[in-house]
Design a protein around this ligand. Structure first.
Ligand code: C5P
Length: 137
């Protein structure tokens, strides 16, 4: 059975540019040090939006509301399907509970991370759509 993994883009205008919150993974070893849209697996009985809201509460201690899809689903191996969503920030300042670090990245910085191999490979599939969102006024 394919498990759905949801990942959220929290976007905030900060320092004169729109920025997306990315998180640097601490595990597993082949992904440690790489940056991703934070998220996790949908549990039984949860909607994708509920899973996203729970995961960001657990991993970042922020409250969000799950929004529109970003880009296409990305298969990872035989057993995972990743989906990205907008996540509208409601409350809390992000804390790296499970990640090595957190950062707010503008469009150029997102492209640089993807091009330099510092982004989780699956998430590179959403960079074009993410950059389009970040360039909107
Ligand atoms: O975050 P978590 O470990 O629960 O995610 C499960 C798997 O989903 C990861 O090991 C990784 O392969 C994948 N993932 C990803 N990009 C994300 C979130 C998760 O590739 N933004």
């Amino acid at each position: 059975m394919v498990r759905i993994v949801v990942a959220g883009a929290v976007i905030r205008e900060w320092g004169g540019a729109n920025r997306v919150l990315l998180a640097q993974r601490a595990y597993p070893p082949h992904l440690a040090g790489l940056w991703e849209l934070p998220g996790g697996k949908v549990e039984e009985g949860e909607s994708p939006a509920q899973a996203l809201e729970r995961e960001l509460r657990e991993e970042l201690e922020i409250e969000v509301v799950g929004g529109d899809r970003i880009g296409d689903a990305v298969p990872v191996g035989d057993d995972l399907e990743l989906r990205a969503y907008r996540a509208r920030w409601v409350a809390g300042e992000p804390v790296a509970v499970e990640h090595r670090a957190l950062g707010w990245f503008d469009d150029a910085e997102v492209v640089r991370l993807a091009d330099s191999g510092e982004m989780v490979p699956a998430d590179v599939g959403w960079v074009r759509e993410l950059v389009d969102l970040l360039r909107r006024p």
